[in-house]
Design a protein around this ligand. Structure first.
Ligand code: NAI
Length: 261
């Protein structure tokens, strides 16, 4: 068994956007948080802010490229060595470019699959290895998307990775239940993050308009009539990370203001 006094969560892509909001929310919930990101500068800023708000050693920054299997194993080991335990991994890091069918290159295709699907898979592997070593179960939470439930124009490859993540979530839930590990996914709609700003900018540019115009087009399909804040998604992850969701596994919760139903 581990020796942390609080529960420990490892969150990838935690340097900005949804991952940053999840880090903040889980720290609020009383977790130690490993703030893991490809960008160590932003991860360090987030960890610093959490430590000054919630107390020293609430958070630690870790550099990781989730598409690198060995790197993910090392980063998770580092967090366990630092905090003494691991209870939750949130495989949130992802790339979200437009992926048009006719022009998308092989290199870009590989990159999106390696980060989104590979990164989720290596995160699951690393967490299972640690949970086993620590002698207890745990919770695995993966970032899928509304685009992992229905087709979205221009997102063939990206959408494919997010469907794949739902498939991995369902399969891993069945494989890992005997170890006391639950596996669920969260599926955001259109969230105000740097990733979404990039997509809105590109959409606007293609129509000869600006980013604001691009964002407005997205809101038209949202029943609740507004874009999502990162904190809307973090609230759902807080539920999946806590004991209230103990009897849930293999699920993909949609938090999209009512786009898919
Ligand atoms: P973002 O682009 O704003 O932030 C992603 C973070 O992941 C960045 O800090 C980046 O440095 C990090 N990252 C990128 N590649 C990495 C790698 N190889 N290894 C480690 N870290 C890496 O993205 P956002 O919007 O916060 O999205 C987070 C997750 O939520 C993604 O999986 C995305 O597909 C999913 N999502 C986002 C939606 C949105 O509207 N923003 C909608 C549905 C799903």
């Amino acid at each position: 068994m581990g020796n942390a006094t609080k529960k420990v969560a490892f969150i990838t892509g935690a340097g900005q956007g949804i991952g940053e909001a999840i880090s903040y929310r889980l720290a609020t919930d009383g977790f130690h948080v490993a703030v893991a990101d490809f960008n160590l500068d932003t991860a360090t800023e987030v960890a610093k802010a959490l430590n000054s708000k919630f107390g020293d050693n609430t958070a630690m920054p870790i550099k990781v490229d989730v598409s690198d299997r060995e790197g993910v194993m090392k980063a998770v080991d580092e967090a366990v060595a630092h905090f003494g335990d691991l209870h939750v991994i949130v495989n949130n890091a992802g790339l979200g470019p437009q992926t048009p069918i006719e022009t998308f290159t092989y290199e870009d295709y590989r990159k999106v699959y390696d980060v989104n699907v590979g990164g989720t898979y290596w995160g699951i592997q690393a967490a299972v290895k640690s949970f086993r070593k620590l002698g207890h179960g745990g919770k695995i939470i993966n970032a899928s998307s509304q685009a992992g439930h229905v087709g979205n124009p221009g997102l063939a490859v990206y959408g494919g990775t997010k469907f794949a993540i739902r498939g991995i979530t369902q399969t891993a839930a069945k494989d890992l239940a005997p170890l006391g590990i639950t596996v669920n996914a969260f599926c955001p709609g259109i969230v105000k993050t740097p990733m979404m700003m990039g997509i809105a900018e590109q959409t606007g540019k293609e129509a000869g308009k600006d980013t604001e115009w691009g964002l407005k087009q997205f809101s038209q399909n949202i029943t609740l009539g507004r874009l999502s804040e990162p904190s809307d998604v973090a609230a759902c992850v807080s539920y999946l990370a806590g004991s209230d969701s103990d009897y849930m596994t293999g699920q993909a919760l949609i938090i999209d203001g009512g786009m898919v139903f």
